[in-house]
Design a protein around this ligand. Structure first.
Ligand SMILES: Cc1cc2nc3c(=O)[nH]c(=O)nc-3n(C[C@H](O)[C@H](O)[C@H](O)COP(=O)(O)OP(=O)(O)OC[C@H]3O[C@@H](n4cnc5c(N)ncnc54)[C@H](O)[C@@H]3O)c2cc1C
Length: 242
């Protein structure tokens, strides 16, 4: 059942890549909803004389960032909600409701958390990884983020990930580019699809759990590879965008 609508203010919008923008919606004083890292909200797209159309977006900010929620959105050709969002300007009022979803961190935490995503599938993992470091994750708990995009300029929040990897030896950031253009500099990191990185960076152990987020074709390819490597179904969790 839908939760009560909340009118927010678009406090910040930032272009992250040629097709992706980051949005921060500030709640009015006394408004908002508690949520868990990994959950999503529903965005309302106003319709003339009709009820709004609602679309799901994973919250990419952590719950401790009280007073606002952030999302990261890819512009889809002729897409209703994504084009509505891309047409907004700062300070416009935007209605959301939430939270929803069960794609949240398990308790107790496994010893190795492997996050696998492509494109805006990064959203719930940004909320979760920031939450884990804020709440003081045990230094022996390993976090591996395998993030696939087509081109070098599509690695969302690249600096944030590289910063975290520098300050937290238990966090590994593995960006992988499927169609490197070697611009503006030669790409020396991983290339190819995310599922081809699992055997090396995330071989199964009983203490490992894999979290996957994005479009179904990628999720099913990653799940298949995980199963071939020996992961059990219980060790694999996913959030599907399409
Ligand atoms: C739980 C959940 C969380 C989600 N979180 C995010 C998120 O954090 N960021 C985000 O960008 N999207 C997210 N999505 C997808 C989002 O809800 C919309 O489906 C997406 O933004 C397209 O909506 P639209 O109204 O612009 O396009 P529509 O008018 O609904 O669709 C236009 C066409 O584009 C296709 N399409 C839909 N999504 C994509 C895509 N990503 N790439 C290519 N084609 C697509 C549709 O199948 C359709 O044919 C999430 C979906 C779910 C279910």
């Amino acid at each position: 059942m839908a939760k009560p609508p909340i009118v927010t203010t678009l406090a910040e919008l930032r272009e992250l890549s040629p097709t992706v923008k980051h949005f921060r919606f500030a709640f009015d004083a006394g408004d908002g909803f508690p949520f868990k890292a990994g959950q999503f909200l529903m965005l309302h797209v106003p319709q003339d004389g009709q009820p709004p159309v609602r679309r799901a977006y994973s919250i990419c900010s952590p719950p401790h960032d009280a007073g606002a929620v952030e999302i990261v959105v890819k512009r889809v050709e002729k897409g209703l909600a994504s084009n509505y969002l891309f047409g907004l300007s700062a300070n416009q009022r935007v209605t959301v409701d939430g939270p929803y979803g069960a794609f949240v961190l398990p308790t107790p935490l496994p010893k190795h958390l492997v996050f696998v995503c492509t494109g805006t599938g990064i959203a719930p993992f940004r909320a979760q990884i920031q939450t884990l470091f804020k709440t003081g994750v045990d230094a022996t708990t390993r976090l591996t983020l395998i993030f696939g995009v087509r081109y070098e300029d599509e690695v969302l929040y690249d600096e944030e990930w590289r910063g975290l990897a520098k300050t937290h030896p238990n966090f590994r950031f593995i960006p992988t580019i499927s169609r490197p253009r070697h611009m503006p500099a030669p790409w020396t990191g991983e290339t190819g699809y995310v599922q081809t990185k699992l055997a090396h960076y995330a071989p199964p152990t009983p203490e490992t759990a894999v979290f996957i987020c994005g479009l179904w074709d990628m999720i099913s390819a990653v799940e298949k590879t995980c199963r071939e490597l020996g992961y059990t179904k219980k060790q694999i969790h996913y959030e599907r965008y399409d």
